[in-house]
Design a binder for this molecule. Structure first.
Ligand SMILES: [Zn+2]
Length: 282
């Protein structure tokens, strides 16, 4: 098999980090990753501004209050590029999908995504979940409903359809993507199909999280977040840190197949297991 082409399409810059450890493993193996964000995140997660606006007017920092959204977007683009580099990703593309992104208001994004699919010809697509999953307190629908994340998922679905079934007059070279994965963070843990052991990428995940200063992150917060998110996924996987994924459809094999990791977990001693979960080198 030749190197894998992996296309990642996310709504906002920070969203790619949820599967970044897995992407690092692939770039290390020589696979190619193209990272696309549909919006620059100009209006999302401006914690610095929110913090400033909570202060009395006389104590507010005018530099933060009057910062143009373009400058904030530039900072986010820089943070995204730096974070992507930690995982060996150089090909980063920021589209202008408008914010909040609504595919029916910006249908041009579908064509842009189709062109990217046709150019990159990915074997694997990692993108936002199109499913409306779970409910919040008192059945309140969570903010993932009808927001930029799900809208990105719908745009990607339509772009895939375009790429695989070109219409008359289309210049797009057809391409079918072999497998689509959604990051596990958008699902309940019981829905995960695949867990990737990212224990060797824990520090890069913390560093990437810390890089998003525009979202108010610092190292203590980053470490806590990765400990509880990748740590909980690792606990489920029987390893130190992991990233979960949900497949868009079942994969076809020639026979029942076990990964070496699955066998290792069954065959290792309890002491070896504890050392692996705690990241203790023996
Ligand atoms: Zn997001």
């Amino acid at each position: 098999m030749t190197n894998l082409q992996i296309l990642v399409v996310k709504a906002h810059p920070h969203d790619f980090t949820h599967s970044a450890g897995t992407l690092g493993i692939h770039t290390d193996k020589g696979d190619d990753v193209t990272l696309v964000v549909v919006t620059g995140g100009k209006k999302a997660h401006n914690e610095k501004l929110a913090t400033e606006l909570l202060k009395p007017k006389s104590e507010q920092d005018p530099n933060i209050i009057n910062e143009p959204p373009e400058k904030y977007a530039e900072q986010k683009a820089d943070e995204l590029r730096q974070a992507a580099l930690l995982f060996g990703i150089n090909d980063v593309r920021i589209l202008d999908g408008g914010e909040p992104f609504r595919v029916d208001e910006n249908p041009g994004i579908i064509n842009e995504l189709s062109e990217i699919i046709s150019e990159v010809r990915p074997h694997i697509l990692i993108t936002q979940s199109p499913y409306i999953n779970g409910s919040g307190p008192h059945g309140l629908i969570q903010p993932y409903v009808n927001n930029s994340h799900t809208e990105t998922a719908y745009a990607v679905e339509r772009a895939q359809l375009h790429s695989s079934n070109p219409e008359h007059g289309s210049q797009i070279r057809p391409h079918k993507i072999a497998a689509t994965f959604y990051p596990g963070v958008y699902f309940d843990r019981g829905d995960w199909d695949i867990l990737v052991d990212i224990s060797d990428w824990y520090e890069q995940r913390v560093e990437a999280e810390t890089l998003f200063k525009s979202q108010g992150h610092n190292e203590a917060y980053a470490r806590k977040r990765i400990e509880i998110s990748c740590g909980a996924a690792g606990w489920t996987a029987g390893t130190a840190y992991a990233e979960g994924f949900v497949r868009s459809k079942p994969e076809v094999f020639d026979s029942l197949t076990l990964s070496p990791r699955t066998l290792q977990r069954a065959e290792e001693s309890p002491a070896e297991h504890i050392n692996r979960v705690t990241g203790t080198k023996t």
